[in-house]
Write a protein that binds this ligand. Sequence first.
Ligand SMILES: C[S@@+](CC[C@H](N)C(=O)[O-])C[C@H]1O[C@@H](n2cnc3c(N)ncnc32)[C@H](O)[C@@H]1O
Length: 388
Amino acid sequence: MTRIAALNDWSLGSSEEDDVGPTREALEAQATKYYNEAINYLAHGNDEQAHHHFSQVLQNPYVEKANWPEGGQHQGGGLPQDVALKYSCLKNLGNLATKRGDSEQAAKHYLEAHCTRISLRPTMGAAEGESEGCCNLLYVLLGVASVLWLVRKIAYSTQSRWFAWVMHFCTKDIFLEIEEVKKEHFASMSSIVSQDPALRGKKAIRILEIGVGTGVNFAHFPEGSHLVVVDPNPHFKSYFEENRKRFLHLEVEDFIVTTGDHMEAVKDGSVDVVVVTLVLCSLPSETIQATLKEIQRVLVPGGKFYFMEHIAEFDLKKYWWRRKLQHVLTHWIPVWPFIFDGCCLDRDTLPIIQQAGFSSVHAQKYHAPIPNIFFDPERPNLKGVATK
Ligand SMILES: C[S@@+](CC[C@H](N)C(=O)[O-])C[C@H]1O[C@@H](n2cnc3c(N)ncnc32)[C@H](O)[C@@H]1O
């Protein structure tokens, strides 16, 4: 016996009498009724009710199990009613999600709508064949994008790991001539009085070093200094930790993995001194100004910015060939940026610092006593102190 069940309940009943469930016609009628109501709600701007009704239609077994007739031929040529309802509900739910700004749900509904229209049909005409092609293409594109994302992530991680190792390798031996220059450069730090009363009481200062790398400047920081360090490359951390064990006169407060232009974790006016050595050469040119602004933000009033950077050759009469070499190794055959994480050999850094808004800049250009011929292009240097 066939019985028409309560139409607002899609589930098949469990009693003997309910076993047969509502007829296909009854379910179709109910689905169509709900669908029309949904369209009506949509027309009157009641998106919530429209969403509810479209969802209800999709749960209707007639629509849920929508399928193409055996043999793939449908009388009339168009979409069968159940497939059409399913397709239309999914598209409308996609539109509603787009309107809400929920792009993830929208994409899900659109994709399902698209696949519904094609995957339920066993024999396809040219249009549907094209649709399936589109759907497959979408999957292929998603797959390719995921693979590229993964390759990029692995390449970046490998490159930054490699660069940390290169820097460790290049700095593990101490060159006395360079250490002498640094000693003289950082000497004035010991006369700085901290503006933090607690540190002042301990005769200590707070130093922020940006692009700390393996931590090659620690030996030159005054006794008891509190250190905050910043580096975007997390692979330096283990070399840094190893190195700091040799400098027990320093207290490391924080190692922040970030770039110099995004130091939000460091409070305004909270450090007495900022140090950078061989960092401004590596910054993307569009972020140098922002980094110098961040340095001014975190410095206390009157705070000092110590810098030591290799720069473009400045003695062109004598060393014109080095300037050419720097240009070639940075731009024509860019091995330097490749090996040293974007390092530019021919950057003219002094005017950039001078125009950054410090109250004074005292700087000196010189040729660093670099013993290794390989690093000859880095011989022209700039060292100085800027005051906020
Ligand atoms: C050539 S290494 C110099 C390391 C160390 N200061 C020294 O003198 O040996 C450049 C350092 O700058 C870091 N760096 C690169 N881009 C940076 C950025 N946008 N902000 C801060 N540091 C950056 C690198 O991770 C690396 O530690």
